[in-house]
Ligand binder design. Structure first.
Ligand SMILES: [Zn+2]
Ligand SMILES: [Zn+2]
Length: 195
């Protein structure tokens, strides 16, 4: 098991993905319009790949440790029911996605926050999801969606029974999120949405 550093673009918010081994998470690329909208709303469209994809490392909160810049962590939601999209307010770097409630031990880490040379322990890409949302060109192949769901459930169960179900740093034990999320207005969301 290894610890892998991550940071926002300006280096204010940083931490480690801890105790990483092959069971700790899975690496996927998501092409959904919501992930693209979030990056665009933060003015960080350049972090998407050339087809609009966001690479994510799906893991549990227990594998995420913030070391610095916690005060700069902010949260965005595309709608009142949207995912919690945690980002570094200092430089608008998207960092993590979680659900709105603390029921499922799940967090997606935006892989751009990990230096390319440190990514190997995150394992191979196992899925490309919501590829209908990919930006123009030949269709992007969709694969691995069911496997990502199964892995998320497996990790949740293992966290619950292994005593690593705490949702810090995102939620207090009583389920209160560490930040109040800013929710985009419909107008803001439509303005940020890709074609
Ligand atoms: Zn920053
Ligand atoms: Zn997505």
């Amino acid at each position: 098991m290894v610890d892998i550093p991550f940071s926002c673009s300006c280096g204010t918010v940083k931490g480690h993905l801890v105790d990483i081994d092959r069971k700790a998470g899975s690496r996927i690329t998501c092409y959904c319009k919501d992930c693209q909208t979030a990056a665009r709303a933060l003015g960080r469209e350049e972090l998407l790949d050339d087809r609009g994809g966001s690479e994510l490392y799906q893991t549990t909160p227990a594998h995420i440790r913030l070391d610095a810049g916690e005060a700069d962590v902010a949260c965005l939601r595309l709608s009142p029911k949207g995912l919690m999209r945690w980002y570094a307010g200092c430089c608008n770097t998207p960092l993590f996605n979680t659900l709105a409630q603390n029921k499922l031990c799940f967090a997606g880490v935006l892989v751009h926050s990990v230096a390319p040379e440190a990514r190997a322990p995150l394992g191979p890409l196992i899925a490309q999801t919501f590829t209908k949302g990919a930006a123009g060109g030949v269709p992007v192949r969709q694969y691995g969606f069911a496997k990502t769901g199964l892995n998320i459930l497996r990790r949740h169960v293992r966290a619950k029974f292994g005593g690593r179900a705490a949702m810090a740093p995102f939620f207090d034990p009583d389920g209160t999120p560490m930040r109040q999320a800013r929710i985009l207005t419909l107008e803001e969301r439509n303005a940020a949405r890709p074609e």
